[in-house]
Design a binder for this molecule. Structure first.
Ligand SMILES: [Zn+2]
Length: 114
């Protein structure tokens, strides 16, 4: 259980990430600004979305960035809910139960007995 990392610090970093191959101000998100379609690592044709220009729109890039950040926020919220569930479960244990469980969980797998 690890806290999810923020995918991109801000819109500018996201924009640069998505236009890695060709520096368009607002890259086509279908082909990441390349202008070509890519199948299994081979560039096989002209991107239908941008018709080969590699250019997209600010609106599309901003929207995609917001969706990505929202997905990350949802993951962080789920992470905090899981941590809270664990804390509530730990609070129900006696000190002795907690120590026994902690010892059990930190043992190497081959030391655990059925
Ligand atoms: Zn394209």
């Amino acid at each position: 259980m690890r806290k999810p990392n923020r995918p991109h610090a801000n819109l500018e970093e996201y924009r640069l990430y998505r236009s890695f191959y060709r520096d368009h101000k607002w890259p086509c998100l279908e082909c990441d600004g390349i202008g070509r379609t890519c199948v299994r690592g081979f560039l096989i044709g002209t991107c239908q979305t941008c018709e080969g220009s590699g250019k997209g729109t600010k609106k599309e890039v901003v929207e995609a960035y917001r969706e990505e950040i929202q997905a990350w926020k949802d993951e962080v919220e789920a992470f905090h809910e899981e941590i809270e569930t664990v804390r509530r479960a730990i609070d129900k244990l006696t000190e002795r139960e907690y120590r026994a469980l902690a010892d059990y969980l930190t043992e190497e797998p081959w030391e655990n007995h059925e």
